[in-house]
Design a protein around this ligand. Sequence first.
Ligand code: BGC
Length: 537
Amino acid sequence: MQDSKHDIHTGVDDNAVVIQQRKGSSGIKGIIENPYVFAVALFASLGGVLFGYDQGVISGVQEMETFMARFPMDSTTNGLVVSILELGAWVGAWIVGYFADKISRKYSIVLFSVVFLLGSSIQGGAQNVGYMFGGRFVTGMAVGALSMLVPLYQSEIAPPEIRGSLVSLQQQAVTFGILISFWIDYGTQFISNEAQWRVPLCLQIAIGVILGVGILFFPFSPRWLASVGRDEESLRVLAKLRRVPVDDPLAIAEWREIKATVEFDRRVQAEMYPDLVQQGTRTAAIKVNLLGYVELFRKGMFNRLFIACAIMFFQQFVGVNALIYYAPKIFQSVGLTGDTVSLLATGVVGIINFVLTVPTVLFLDSFGRKPMLLAASAFMTCCMIIIAVIVGMFSDDWENHTKEGWVAVVFVYIFIANFAYSWGPIGWVYGSEIFPLRARAKAMSISTSANWMCNFIIGLITPPMLDSIGYGTYVFFGCFCFISFFFVLFLVPETKGRTLEEMDAIFGGNSAAHDAELMAQVQQDVAAEPIPGVSKV
Ligand code: BGC
């Protein structure tokens, strides 16, 4: 047994040694070695299930007879009913940051689960299309907020060596949500009354309740606790998450890292805006926060923001959600007849999307980001062109060209498979790894909202495009797949295995080098401070 007193008073060098000696494994082994953290992250990813479920469920629901009878609408209104959820999510992604810092990540998850319950109840009980708009907008706010909160919470409880895997668990959860929603739609289409669409819309309430109530039994984020000065609790939670006693050297070393990060942010602000920070008023704090956004437009930072947002733009404009939201319509457009057949074909999209995300979640850190995006863009372009050609040639006479229709379906599947291992997960991961520490949260909220705004546009324009330009819809998305290839080739640097300091060399700017110096100083100061509450243990 080591002498805990000795460990408690270790300096910054000893701290670094303890951290370096951390023999944690990554990948599947790392997950098995951290069952409690994994369970917490898995539970939190129910937020991702809601994200996927809500996106996917509308696809089958809007094709159901009793739904169409209750809400007769043209293709533009149809597009708006689908995409207003994404507009709500855009709003949710903007406002959630405030709550996450103010009332904690955990209580924000509770709050937005309640918002989710409200929105999904309005959707499930909708009497006219107005309810549907309102319900989907409110649900969307919750979905957008959870799309920020869950990865934030997961990354803050995770040990570094499995952080990548735990964060990409979110994308796996999204695909799982889409998958179950497709199959629930498939199952309830056989009901002949309005329960046909009300049941799938109401079932999500159960997931929302489980998330909102269940998260209360899980810990606060230790980083958030440290940021509001609840140091002793922060160390206790961390030790619990790592399944070690509070005076364990590893828990203390990691806690010191967290404390240093919090202190670092404070000093950066004091250095950049000395007058405002000295004022210490609420208005000054708001100003400092807003100035953090202005910093994102400076040299060495704006190019990162541009790339992060452009990746989100292409993640949406390659057309994946045209498939997720309107798969049954698309399958009908390539000649599949009957609701059952097209919903069945849609269910298969869900399975492929889910299964092909697994390898990336497990091996993300061994594959390069760039080759995966490039390969996927090339295949996705070919798929869209082939589908466009088949639809263009045979859409007037599917009856005599069922074989060609099935070939188009297969290419829809190949398209989704390529999206699932690449743009789906990497779109979210890339933006989270290229920014220096202090700009990360703000930059991510901008790129997340860019994602939702593009998602909204796709949801809105797809039905009128399918109606008016038919095969041109696939040409349209094919063009973006094609451009995305060259965007990645020329503008997206490989980030696999790079440290924060190396990101500066790639993107320009010197913030990381300066940050490293300041961080060393902060670490030294934090190492000299006593460890809260440990003497009482
Ligand atoms: C995207 C969603 C999309 C999903 C499909 C996510 O990465 O952000 O818009 O529906 O992937 O799996």
